[in-house]
Write a protein that binds this ligand. Structure first.
Ligand code: UD1
Length: 431
């Protein structure tokens, strides 16, 4: 298994291009199942999760083609993927394929809506709490689906098609909102989604569905209305920039010092996180090309954060922000409200000499003057990024093991950091 070796202590200076958002690309690719025409997606990041989803879609009968290199392409430019679900040949998403990535469960909605039945294995993914799918199932039931759970599979049926209804989520769920949007787009009649997720990735999916012919109003607010249509067509859509990658590199700079342009970043997608980074003492400036983050000496100030659904501080940046706070000049409190058990990085950060106490859903971080490089283990996707941030500021060498988690969500991470002066290299596993 590959490892990443980082020698800390180098400031970061230069330009980091921001990739397309993994969390938007996945539901957009899944939306290709809703139509028998071609869906073309631009700016798709090259990630292990995307490749795995292509395998899953292929199993349902989706043909896909990825454009090759074009003249003048930047090496980190996103890919263009053409997806063609002319015939869905298999309505089952088997355990072997779905168990590795939670988002793959979302195929249940378009397959059910288009074919009247779907059988999808209960999902796997990052080990961050129980992460049930009860609300996704509830949404499909509200649209008239009959659901059975048998031998680890969700079997959903709507032989006469789905019909519009009211879905009132008791809790904000991104996956639930994606599922409801896709299913309602092909249901008969009107659907009202209450307490919908307002995340930018939901808006991106809705924008693409609208291009495909869906009738959706209110995406980006907590009430979304969908008027079902009998057929969706093809479309071309560019994936929005990754706000989690943006925030992660911004925190790398805030931690290591230096001056970096995050090219193509959209500050409106992560305003809250950028505000917290600025409070920590880095300068954050919006430029026509993206977001420029700099820290030239000076202490890192302690900042308290609480994770919340959008537009609050994202749970997917919680681990990274905690890494930054390990070197703050004082104590900070980080509260996680979205996922239980999303503090597995705490014990790995302790290996660098970080001082963190846990009190239920709050981590109390007492900043230290120096972190020391150490061998560490990536436990989940975002936690892995926090180890990289700590390593950039630690004295000496850090070896991050199990980097496949990073490859699931960060495209060209070593190249992007090394391009700004970090000492970082990937060591291929022996044999
Ligand atoms: C998505 C993101 C993930 C991010 C999360 C929250 C993708 C591929 N993943 O995950 O990176 O951390 O949003 O912003 O986009 N819940 C239930 N029952 C359900 C569904 C969810 O109780 O049926 C709970 C979850 O356990 C969690 C909360 O609702 O506590 C939010 O989860 P949700 O927004 O659904 O996360 P995902 O869509 O899985």
């Amino acid at each position: 298994m590959d490892r990443i070796r980082i020698v800390g202590g180098q400031a970061l200076n230069g330009v980091i291009p921001i990739s397309g958002a993994k969390n938007a690309a996945l539901p957009l690719m899944i939306a290709s199942l809703l139509t028998d025409a071609t869906l073309t997606l631009d700016n798709v990041p090259r990630l292990a999760d995307g490749a795995q989803l292509l395998r899953i879609l292929g199993n349902h009968g989706v043909d896909y083609r990825i454009d090759g290199k074009r003249p003048g392409d930047h090496p980190t430019a996103g890919q263009t993927v053409h997806l063609d679900a002319r015939r869905i040949v298999d309505t089952t998403a088997p355990y072997e394929l779905v168990s590795r990535m939670r988002a793959s469960f979302w195929v249940v909605a378009p397959i059910l809506a288009r074919m009247g039945e779907a059988k999808v294995s209960l999902p796997g993914g990052c080990a961050i709490g129980t992460r049930p799918v009860d609300l996704l199932i509830m949404a499909l039931e509200r649209l008239g689906a009959e659901i059975e759970i048998e031998a680890g599979y969700v079997i959903a049926r709507a032989p006469r098609g789905l019909r519009g209804g009211e879905i009132d989520f008791p809790k904000v769920t991104v996956g639930g909102t994606h599922t409801a949007l896709m299913a309602a787009s092909l249901a008969h009649g009107h659907t009202l989604i209450k307490n919908a997720a307002r995340e930018p990735e939901v808006v991106d999916l809705a924008d693409c569905l609208i291009k495909m012919g869906a009738k959706i109003k209110g995406a980006g607010t907590s009430e979304i209305e969908v008027e079902g249509v009998s057929r969706l067509g093809g479309a071309r859509h560019a994936v929005l920039p990754d706000r989690i990658e943006t925030g992660t590199y911004a925190m790398c700079v805030a931690m290591a010092g230096g001056d970096v342009l995050l090219q193509g970043a959209r500050p409106d997608l992560l305003q809250n996180a950028l505000d917290m980074i600025a409070l920590s003492g880095a300068s954050v400036a919006v430029t026509p090309e993206g977001v420029r983050v700099a820290r030239k000496g000076g202490a890192i100030a302690p900042v308290n954060v609480t994770t919340e659904p959008f537009p609050g501080f994202p749970t997917d940046l919680q681990a990274q922000f905690m890494a930054l706070m390990t070197r703050a000049d004082g104590e900070s409190r980080i509260r996680e409200t979205i996922f239980e058990n999303r503090f597995m990085h705490v014990q790995e950060l302790a290996r660098f000499g970080a001082r963190i106490r846990l009190d239920n859903d709050v981590a109390i971080v007492t900043g230290v003057k120096t972190l020391k490089g150490a061998p560490v283990m990536a436990t989940d996707l975002r936690a892995s990024a926090c180890l990289v941030i700590a390593a950039l500021a630690a004295e000496g060498e850090t070896m991050v093991n199990r980097v496949y988690h990073l490859d699931r969500g960060f495209e060209h991470l070593e190249q992007k950091l090394a391009g700004c002066g970090a000492i970082v290299e990937r060591l291929a596993s022996p044999g």
